[in-house]
Design a protein around this ligand. Structure first.
Ligand SMILES: Nc1nc2c(c(=O)[nH]1)N[C@H]1C(S)=C(S)[C@@H](COP(=O)(O)OP(=O)(O)OC[C@H]3O[C@@H](n4cnc5c(=O)[nH]c(N)nc54)[C@H](O)[C@@H]3O)O[C@H]1N2
Ligand SMILES: Nc1nc2c(c(=O)[nH]1)N[C@H]1C(S)=C(S)[C@@H](COP(=O)(O)OP(=O)(O)OC[C@H]3O[C@@H](n4cnc5c(=O)[nH]c(N)nc54)[C@H](O)[C@@H]3O)O[C@H]1N2
Ligand code: SF4
Ligand SMILES: [Mo]
Length: 692
């Protein structure tokens, strides 16, 4: 038996893997503070992909995009990649090569990938899919508290609260075992959809506020306004632990309940009632998810939620707080170790001279050889093949052809690359476009560490060796780096050696991992970062002071503005996107798991029966949904409690069922988050013999 954690989301449920009679691994849930013996359907079926016939086990190469792939040996594939990269760099300079990483990668892979980009390639062009995930919350958290750790408290603390407000999060589908921690508190769910979580809230005496997509910022200002008017703010806390309340309040002052109702569609009495419920609770949390964050104003929107939490005196207190629900398996650790365009390991900035000097010393290079900050994920993808943009890309752990905004455009850009190299264990839609595909090991075949949604570092353990012919990501990075002239010892393939180096590289940094060791992890100690070599872990941050130099949290003055595009007679509805329980992300993995594929075989579009009727649609019919970017097809699923002006599509499907054919690449000015959650669309019957 091997005890490890689920490969998918940031809850990182613990599980035991046992070899079955035919050698295949079976899953049993393990007792652990986040999942407490529970798993969702994806976790239960997670071992199926290890032995799937769709698994890649040989490197694949084609010298021409119009050719089919041929199986080659590793040396041929790696030599080809190294030779092409060297030539491109010589012709066009180091920024001609890009790297795209992922919050699915272990801490060790994230760290080594960032180091590979900066040292072996010398490129500034590195970013990752976490940019599409929690980047707005990270930016707002840093502004307010001086440090971003998704949940600055253990998940289990939530159970002790009286009220939890969930803004744009649907954990009943996205992290089902988390609902166990939310059964005692009353929930206030803010979601345009009557989601499974909203249903749970109403069932337990809580509330569901259903704002128009993209209007959360107004709603958060309205709640602050209502709480202030009723004298429910924590004025002592505001005076002692924060700065900037007055300027932030000046913006909220105009958001009377009626005005807020007009902007959001949430009835004024509900706004007042929710403000009262939250403000009067003994123990309350405000949590944000992607629904409120994935907007062209996502950072300001999260700031508005944090302002509300600060005004009520919640953050940095035992039994109360603000947190962002991080999404990907290593969404937290993946944002700390330097695969982000503007970042060095330990959550340090790449434009900070002290951090640069420190890292250069650890890495044994001259500081001036480290590149500066590069473009964000959407901008990076948009510049591929441009004269001044990258002409080659190395992609690990993401499937942007399905998951990036305006996916058709992204596909066109990726097609312009002279060299696309993808390391994956299945032929994802992005891998299918590559020149070279490198087959890598999966979660249950490798060791490493992951940092879960509460900032706790966990150990991923190998339960079985990888299939013959498959290499680990660390081995792939090493093999490419050495071929590019790097010393072998600079790119270790042993995860524990990389972890030790992460400890050195992050000593004294905001995300200090120097106290994380295999021995401490194996002892079961709850290692929430920062954890210094000689120090104790930090399950709860900010109890004494916030991370700004003056120790205070900052209110950030923010104001409401409409989404990047609004409805017109041609595009009269708003489409929002998100997840269903049975699939994970771009679906590259879960669409290949038989039970999950059977349960949710194709895309659907959720809408109110009247909206359907007005557009000539009935339950189960195929609809075409069209935005200014493009169109997609999906089967109509009626929902009697849906908003009349809003339809919802999951983004787990590819090609002509891809929700991202619709989405708007308009970016948040601070986090560079695209507007996944609002597109103006029209819906109509789709007539196609394949679907009839
Ligand atoms: N089953 C499943 N679970 C997952 C994942 C998965 O792909 N599948 N992915 C993991 C990852 S990476 C992430 S980031 C998390 C995401 O977890 P969540 O944030 O819970 O997921 P989403 O479905 O993207 O969005 C949550 C809700 O936001 C709502 N929403 C849409 N527009 C708006 C808006 O304008 N305002 C508000 N307030 N709400 C809005 C949607 O209706 C949806 O119910 O899930 C993780 N867990
Ligand atoms: N419309 C819309 N689009 C969205 C969102 C939304 O809500 N709406 N959400 C966004 C969010 S929050 C996220 S996080 C992104 C995620 O979207 P993607 O970045 O596309 O994520 P995945 O589908 O998880 O892709 C991971 C790929 O990497 C492979 N992989 C997994 N682990 C490893 C590993 O350790 N090594 C290697 N080499 N490969 C690995 C998998 O097989 C898979 O092919 O999607 C974003 N896109
Ligand atoms: S909730 Fe997340 S970590 Fe837990 S079993 Fe499901 S996908 Fe895996
Ligand atoms: Mo995510």
């Amino acid at each position: 038996m091997t005890t490890t954690h689920c490969p998918y989301c940031a809850l990182q449920c613990a599980m035991h893997l046992d070899p079955g009679p035919t050698g295949e691994l079976t899953v049993r849930p393990a007792e652990f503070p986040t999942n407490r013996g529970g798993l969702c359907r994806k976790g239960w079926t997670s071992t199926e992909l290890l032995s799937s016939p769709q698994r890649l086990t040989r490197p694949l190469l084609r010298r021409n995009r119009t050719d089919d792939f041929t199986e080659v040996d590793w040396d041929t594939a790696l030599d080809h990649v190294a030779e092409r990269l060297t030539r491109l760099r010589a012709q066009r300079g180091p920024d001609a090569v890009a790297v795209f990483g992922s919050g699915a990668l272990t801490n060790e892979k994230s760290y080594l990938l960032g180091k590979f980009a900066r040292l072996a390639l010398g490129t500034s062009q590195i970013d990752y899919n976490g940019r599409f995930c929690m980047s707005s919350a990270a930016a707002a958290g840093t502004r307010a508290f001086g440090l971003d750790r998704g949940m600055p408290f253990p998940l289990a603390d939530l159970a002790g609260a009286e009220v939890v407000l969930l803004a744009g999060a649907n954990p009943a589908e996205t992290m089902p075992p988390m609902m166990g921690h939310l059964s005692a508190p009353r929930l206030i769910v803010v979601d345009p959809r009557h989601s499974a979580t909203a249903a749970q809230a109403l069932h337990n005496g809580g509330m569901h506020l259903a704002p128009r997509p993209g209007s959360d910022l107004a709603l958060a200002l309205g709640l602050l306004h209502a709480a202030h008017l009723e004298g429910l703010l924590d004025t002592t806390y505001i005076a002692e632990r924060t700065t900037g309340f007055e300027t932030a309040w000046r913006n909220a002052a105009a958001f009377w309940p009626q005005h807020t109702e007009h902007l959001t569609g949430v009835p004024a009495p509900q706004i007042r009632a929710a403000a009262r419920m939250l403000a009067k609770a003994r123990g309350a949390y405000v949590l944000t998810g992607r629904g409120t964050e994935q907007h062209a104003k996502g950072t300001d929107t999260v700031s508005a939620w944090i302002n509300l939490a600060l005004a009520l005196g919640l953050p940095g207190r035992q039994g109360s707080g603000y947190g962002c629900i991080t999404g990907q398996g290593n969404g937290q650790g993946g944002r700390e170790h330097g695969q982000k365009a503007d970042q060095l390991p330990g959550y340090r900035r790449i434009d900070d001279p002290t951090a640069r000097a420190e890292l250069a010393r650890v890495w044994g290079v001259a500081e001036r050889t480290l590149p500066g900050p590069g473009p964000s994920a959407t901008e990076l993808l948009d510049s591929l093949g441009e004269d001044t943009g990258p002409h080659a890309m190395l992609l690990l752990g993401a499937n942007p052809v399905v998951s990036a905004p305006d996916a058709t455009h992204v596909r066109d850009r990726m097609a312009r690359l002279e060299l696309l190299v993808v390391a994956d264990f299945v032929m994802s839609e992005s891998a299918a476009m590559a020149d070279v595909v490198l087959p890598t090991a999966q979660w249950a075949e490798e060791r490493g560490t992951m940092t879960n949604l509460e900032g706790r570092v966990l150990r991923r353990r190998a339960a079985t060796p990888p299939p013959a012919g498959v290499r680990t990501d660390l081995e792939v990075i090493n093999a490419l780096a050495t071929r590019l002239g790097q010393p072998d010892e600079r790119f270790p393939t042993d995860p524990d050696t990389v972890l030790a180096e992460i400890g050195t590289a992050t000593t004294g940094a905001p995300a200090d991992y120097s106290g994380v060791s295999p021995t401490r992890l194996d002892s079961g100690e709850a290692l929430h970062w920062p954890v210094a070599a000689t120090g104790t872990p930090t399950p709860r941050l900010f109890l004494d002071s916030f991370a700004h130099p003056d120790g205070r949290a900052r209110f950030v003055p923010v104001n409401h503005r409409p989404p990047a595009e609004d409805t017109t007679p041609e595009y009269p509805l708003l489409a929002t996107t998100g997840r269903v329980m049975g699939h994970y992300q771009s679906g590259a993995q879960t669409r290949r798991v038989a039970e999950l594929a059977r349960a949710e075989p194709q895309a659907h579009v959720e809408m109110h029966p009247d909206t359907a009727a007005r557009n000539g649609l009935v339950q189960g019919q195929w609809a075409r949904v069209t935005s200014r970017r493009g169109s997609t097809t999906a089967q109509v699923r009626l929902h009697p409690q849906a908003r009349l002006d809003t339809v919802f599509l999951p983004f787990h499907y590819d090609a002509d069922q891809a929700a991202n054919n619709l989405t708007n690449p308009a970016l948040d000015p601070t986090s560079r988050m695209p507007e996944f959650k609002v597109s103006a669309v029209r819906v109509e019957p789709h007539h196609d013999e394949r679907h009839s």
